[in-house]
Structure formats: C-alpha cells, structure tokens
Design a protein around this ligand. Structure first.
Ligand code: C2O
Ligand code: CU
Ligand code: CU
Length: 474
C-alpha cells in the first residue's frame, strides 16, 4: 500500500520536472503541439510471458506494458505524438524511436540527448513523425540486456491515404537465447559474442511467440511489415510458393521489386514492407524459411491457408508503389565525402585470435577509423566528424572485418548509392545498411537535422564494444 502511494508521489513530482525540461529544450514546438498531440503511455517493467508456449513455462522478460513485443503504436504521418515512458525497472532506461527523423532532444540516447530515465521516474517524448512507414522503438540504455530480455515494439506511421491491400500485418521478429526451461540464458556481453557474430539466440519469435501458423486467405493481398528486432541475428526470409514484392525498406518506400533470389534480407533493426499476393491453395500450409546462416536453416512459421475458396478470382491489379516521404534529395554533385572504416573483431579462420586493428582503445573489440566508443551512449562522446547543416554528404562505409554489420545512423535516412562500386537499384533509402564482410557501401544524405547523432552497428554486442561513433550536424 505504502509503496503504491510513494511511487505515485514520485511520479507526480517527476512529471513536473519532465515537463519543464521538455519546454526548455524546445519551447515553441512543445507549447504548440500539446493541445492536439496523440497521447501514449509506455511502462517499462518486468513480466512473465508465454514465448515458447505449453508445455514450457512462461519466460521472465523485461518489456513494455507487461507484454512482448511492446504495444504497437500507430500514428498518422504529420500528427504530433506525446509518449510518456514510465520506468518501473530497477535500472536506468531510455527509449529510442528508431528511424524517426525527430528533434535531437527526443532521440533517447542517455547522456547524449537526455539524462537517463531513473528507476521510478518518467520522461515524455514529443515529436511529429515526418515520414509514413514501419519504425520501431527500443531502449538505448543497457541495450544488450534490455533489448535482449524483450524490450521493443513497433511504431507504425500511417500514410494519409490508406494503401489498397486487404490486410496490413506486422511481424516483429525477436531472437532469444533460452535455456531448456525457457528462461533467458545469462552471459550477456561475453567476449566471444562480442568479437564474433554477437549474441545470436536459439529461438525466434513472431510477435512475441514461437509460431507455427499465420492464418491467411487465398486471393488476398497483404502488406506484411517485417521488423528484425533481434540483438544480433541476421535473417533471410523465403516464402515458399510465394513471390514477395518489397515496397519499403526501413520505412522508406522504394521502387517495388522482387528481392534477389526471392530472399528478404534483414539485419538487426531493419524493416522491410512486402506485398504478398496469397496465391496458394486453400487449406494448405507454406513455410517461411530463414536460411541466412549456412547449414542452419529453420522455418519461422507457415502461411496457413483457410479452407474457404479464394476471396477473389484474380489478384488485385494496380501499382504497388507507396507515396514517397518528404526526404531531402541529396545534391550528389556538390557532396562532401568521408570514409568510415569498420575495424576489429576476430580475424581469419577458426582459432585465430588476432584483433584486427592497431590503436583501438583498451578493452574494445571494434573500432571506426581507429577509435572505439563503447556502451549505449554517454556524455562527452566527441564527434568523429562535424557536418554542416544543409549540406549533402556521401559516406563511404568500408567493412574491413570478417563479419556482417548493420550500420545505423540516427536522426536521418540515407540513400544507398553503391555497393562495392555498383549502383544499388530501386531507389533504396534506409536508416540501417547491412554490410557483408569486406564490402564497401556509399550512402548519401542531407545533414538537415542538427545534433550529435549516433552511428553504430546494430548488432548490439558490436555496438557496445566499440562499433559506434557520433557525427555532429551543426
Ligand atoms: Cu535502433 Cu542507436 O539504435
Ligand atoms: Cu536509431
Ligand atoms: Cu557489427
């Protein structure tokens, strides 16, 4: 009883503090938007959740609102939102709105964009999403454990005009390293994971549960939003008997296309929207296979067709192209160029333990241009580069390591120009670009959002052990 009363008091007095901090950061916006904003409340907490299903016990998780994944937040493009995050964990947290181009003070990086949200306290995030698409939210404090124990959810920004499909569905995919009694294994951040592929788990869930069947109806057209919410697992999804068409990457529409080899490739934190015409036979099941890792394919779930006859005789006609978002077009002819070289990790074949680079900070495993920032973000991270507000930049990201890295940049979306010098087709924009070993990727963007923005690998073990930096836009 008294615990309830005292936490209510803490919360009330804290909310006053949070409101004034927000006002100090951006007075006109906050004052203007507070009347019309859509309000949400997210409680960071612990829970027990049926990840694997009977006869296995429920799993102890950390999550939002008592469920895995966290609640799906759906808002409209251009509509202001206010999301109050209440921290009922025993440790600091923050929430990062991955892929949303928002003001720096709302980006959720502890020490850099805001003080961490202490246990028992709250923080209110306010922003107006400029882009429609599939985004997600996750903690940016003690990320390995907080994300790895279940904190994360989808943030969907709807187009003003709905896209003509029969159903719009979300698969938030998570990867867990579970013990035989369905509990989360310890050993977060061990040096082996850090120096190699990260904490790849042994159980993949769809929307918070191991899945055998996802119900579908013959003849329907589905927009399937896939989010890779894993700590480290890269996925390559094949839809047996189906031909997915990619219509958006990381929330940003691209020219609709069938992916290479029919496989939808998703590094951690990446999102792909596909349109699927359900042309299978009523009553049948078709596997969705992830065969990214050589020799370790598994099926994620099955498209399970209802027995009823097709909802329509022919598939829907019409363009699958989504309306473009208001992204500033890079001025490639007048761009400044910088090279970011990813270094470190375990090199060469099995048994070789040499770390790949000189000049890495003590205790770090990875580096960008010889410098290692570790952790999830903290005060005093000196920017690697200062970019001029309004200018176009081409970043050449070179992967000099033997591992894959999904490289993510905060506060901006970038156009993916070339891979190993070959142009990337279909006008692809992204906020996270997946680099195979030894590949070089050029991306371009207009530095139009002032702040000290993080750039890091989204394999969380890599991020926290050095594959992170900060780019200042000023
Ligand atoms: Cu989703 Cu700093 O990341
Ligand atoms: Cu981000
Ligand atoms: Cu990495």
């Amino acid at each position: 009883m008294s615990a309830v009363a005292s936490s209510a008091i803490t919360r009330r007095s804290f909310l006053v503090g949070a409101a004034s901090a927000t006002m100090a950061a951006s007075p006109p916006r906050a004052a203007e938007s507070s009347g019309r904003a859509r309000e949400f409340r997210l409680v960071a907490t612990t829970a027990r959740w049926p990840l694997v299903g009977a006869p296995h016990p429920h799993t102890d998780v950390w999550c939002y609102a008592g469920r895995v994944p966290g609640p799906q937040i759906r808002v409209r493009q251009g509509e202001p939102v206010r999301i109050t995050v209440e921290n009922k964990l025993q440790q600091d947290t923050t929430v990062h709105w991955h892929g949303i181009r928002l003001p720096f003070a709302m980006d959720g990086v502890p020490g850099l964009t805001q003080p961490p949200i202490r246990a028992g306290e709250s923080f209110t995030y306010e922003f107006t999403p400029p882009d429609a698409g599939t985004f997600w939210y996750h903690p940016h404090a003690n990320s390995l454990q907080q994300l790895g124990r279940g904190m994360g959810g989808a943030l969907i920004v709807e187009e003003p005009e709905p896209v003509p499909v029969d159903r719009d569905i979300l698969w938030l995919l998570s990867d867990w390293r579970l013990t035989s009694d369905a509990q989360i294994a310890s050993g977060f951040g061990n040096p082996m994971d850090a120096a190699m592929s990260g904490r790849v788990g042994n159980t993949v869930t769809v929307n918070g549960a191991v899945s055998t069947d996802e119900p579908v109806w013959a003849g329907e057209r589905v927009r399937l939003r896939v989010v890779n919410g894993a700590l480290a697992r890269i996925m390559a999804l094949r839809f047996e008997g189906h031909r997915p068409v990619v219509v958006a990457i990381d929330g940003q529409p691209c020219d609709p296309h069938e992916p290479d080899g029919g496989r939808v490739l998703l590094g951690p934190a990446m999102r792909v929207d596909v349109v699927l015409d359900m042309q299978g036979e009523p009553g049948r099941r078709y596997r969705v296979v992830d065969d990214f890792y050589d020799g370790l394919p598994y099926w994620l779930t099955q498209l399970a067709y209802d027995k009823q006859s097709p909802v329509r005789a022919h598939s829907l006609e019409g363009s699958l192209a989504l309306p473009r978002n208001p992204l500033p077009e890079p001025d490639l002819a007048n761009a400044d160029r910088h090279v970011l070289t990813l270094q470190g990790g375990m090199m060469g074949g099995a048994g070789t333990s040499g770390m790949g680079t000189q000049g890495m900070s003590h205790g770090a495993t990875w580096a960008i241009n010889g410098t290692s920032m570790t952790g999830d973000g903290h005060a005093g991270m000196a920017p690697l580069l200062t970019l001029q507000l309004g200018r176009t930049y081409i970043l050449t990201v070179r992967n000099d390591t033997a591992f894959w890295h999904p490289v993510h940049f905060h506060g901006h979306s970038f156009r993916v120009l070339n891979r190993n010098g070959s142009p990337v087709p279909y006008r692809q924009w992204a906020d996270t670009v997946l680099l195979p070993p030894r590949q070089t990727v050029d991306v371009a963007f207009v530095a139009d959002n002032p702040g000290d923005w993080m750039l890091h690998c989204h394999v969380t073990d890599h991020q926290v052990s050095g594959l992170m930096t900060v780019l200042r836009v000023a």
